[in-house]
Design a protein around this ligand. Structure first.
Ligand code: PLP
Length: 456
């Protein structure tokens, strides 16, 4: 490590408290100062580079420092940096809302049109907004007894208290459980948990039957069901059949509860369609977007909803129905310009088509893992692929979490110049869309070496 890097690491460890980190780990785990980034690559101060195989926590959609986003940001800085969005507006916020409404999922025979955009400034905040909007909608309709949410086992929606409440990952949730709302957890349609001989579609039907039973018992007290469409990302890139979304939409309509689609991680072309909801042919009541929205440059999130929800809040001030939720940086003009530039690329270039070719290449490269004695599952949805490491393939017995096998893969990746950040025993790939076939090969090769080290 160069003296510049060593100095930065020492200064960092003296003052910075890092997210999602037991800081003690850094007594042995290298902290990596990054000087620059370009395309799929992160560059250190001493000539070393790392392929960003996880798109910097799934934000960096097109690649780092996409020139079109950089140009838009520079241009915006010359005119308007920020203004609060209460009482004021600006062109980037309006343009972006119009564009989001234009591209939002639609479904034949569904009158819902997502035509109203509420901004926030990160994914968790978007979830807070959606949960509060749903609860408040029912309250404004005189249905204040609806105070609960249904969430899926293995789901992740963020770590602020509301978002954490509907998250079902013990690592994040358990400690704070006494502080949290008490949602009803419904079984995930996760195809990895399919019974022997059960297809992903049958597994989805089984999960829908369980959801029906919960709604029969609880719909009267439920505001909304919240789901990560197609891929439960932080929960281990667990994937389900799109028919689950179709069935879930029908159930929510039948029992008159809202459907919140959290596309914070999977939106904007990641799963093969612009939005994952499209594969189930559904329109949710609330669509939460963030991460890739700005191409990974600035924090921004948006919650889209339809006219019926908006109308329930629209009244004389004295009626007390307004949605008084705010974050200081709501609809920040710079972030909106970055988002507009990202969406322009998605509109003007054959991004989905290119992603399909990259996804096919990735599928071919990871296919051989199917026969690996410690890989129980090889799964993929669009440009998300995952390998489930297990101690015993026949019984699918996982490695004990305490052994931190994934960390060994992470360490090996760093040595070889690829950022792989396994989720427990799940090694996954979620690269920026600018990745080349050769870089995919490198990414998978390094993962393969890392897995060999981790399982022996
Ligand atoms: C599906 C999903 N929802 C919500 C969030 C929370 O977003 P943020 O980290 O911006 O708060 C995440 C973050 O990983 C996510 O994957």
């Amino acid at each position: 490590m160069s003296s510049r890097s060593a100095e930065l690491v020492a200064r960092d460890l003296a003052v910075v408290w890092h997210p999602c980190t037991q800081m003690h780990d850094h007594q042995t785990l290298p902290m990596l100062p990054i000087a620059r980034a370009q395309g799929a690559w992160l560059h250190g101060h001493d000539g070393k580079s790392w392929l960003d195989a996880v798109s910097s926590w799934w934000t960096c959609l097109l690649g780092h420092r996409d020139p079109r986003i950089v140009a838009a940001l520079k241009d915006q800085l010359d005119t308007l940096d920020h203004v609060m969005l209460a009482g004021f507006t600006h062109e980037p916020a309006i343009d972006l809302a119009e564009e989001l409404v234009r591209i939002a999922p639609r479904a034949v025979g569904d009158a819902r049109e997502l035509q109203r955009v509420f901004y926030a400034d990160n994914g968790s905040s978007a979830i807070e907004v959606a949960l509060k909007l749903s609860f408040h909608y029912w309250r404004n309709l005189g249905r204040g007894e609806r105070t609960r949410f249904i969430a899926l086992t293995g789901g992740y929606h963020g770590e602020t208290l509301g978002a954490l409440s509907v998250t079902d990952i013990a690592l994040y949730r358990q400690t704070y459980a006494p502080l949290l709302l008490e949602p009803i957890f419904a079984p995930s349609p996760d195809a990895y948990q399919a019974a022997p001989g059960e297809s992903p579609a049958q597994c989805a039907q089984r999960a829908l039957a369980a959801m029906r039973s919960l709604l029969e018992a609880h719909a009267h007290e439920v505001c909304a069901v919240i789901v990560e469409p197609l891929v439960q990302c932080a929960g281990g890139m667990r994937m389900h059949d799109a028919s689950y979304l179709t069935g879930l939409r029908r159930l929510c309509d039948e029992f008159d509860v809202h459907l919140i689609a959290d596309e914070i991680a999977v939106g904007f072309g990641r799963t093969g369609t612009l939005f994952a909801c499209e594969q189930g042919g559904i329109v949710p009541d609330f669509l939460c977007l963030s991460k890739g929205l700005t191409g990974g440059t600035l924090p921004l999130s948006a919650v889209l909803t339809h006219a019926r929800v908006y109308a329930a809040f629209y009244a004389e001030y004295a009626a007390g129905k307004a949605f008084l939720h705010s974050h200081s940086y709501t609809g920040n003009p710079l972030a909106c310009r970055a988002a507009l530039a990202t969406l322009t690329v998605l509109r003007e270039e054959p991004v989905l088509e290119r992603n399909r070719a990259l996804a096919a290449h990735l599928a071919a490269r990871i296919a051989p893992f199917a026969v690996h004695p410690h890989v129980a599952d090889v799964r993929q949805t669009g440009l998300i692929a995952a390998l489930e490491l297990v101690a015993d393939k026949a019984t699918r017995t996982p490695f004990p979490a305490s052994e931190r096998r994934g960390l060994r893969v992470y360490r090996h990746g760093l040595d070889r110049g690829v950022v792989l950040r396994p989720l427990g025993n799940v090694v996954y790939f979620m690269p920026p869309y600018c990745i080349t076939p050769e870089e995919i090969e490198l990414m998978v090769e390094v993962a393969s070496e890392g897995i060999e080290r981790a399982v022996t």
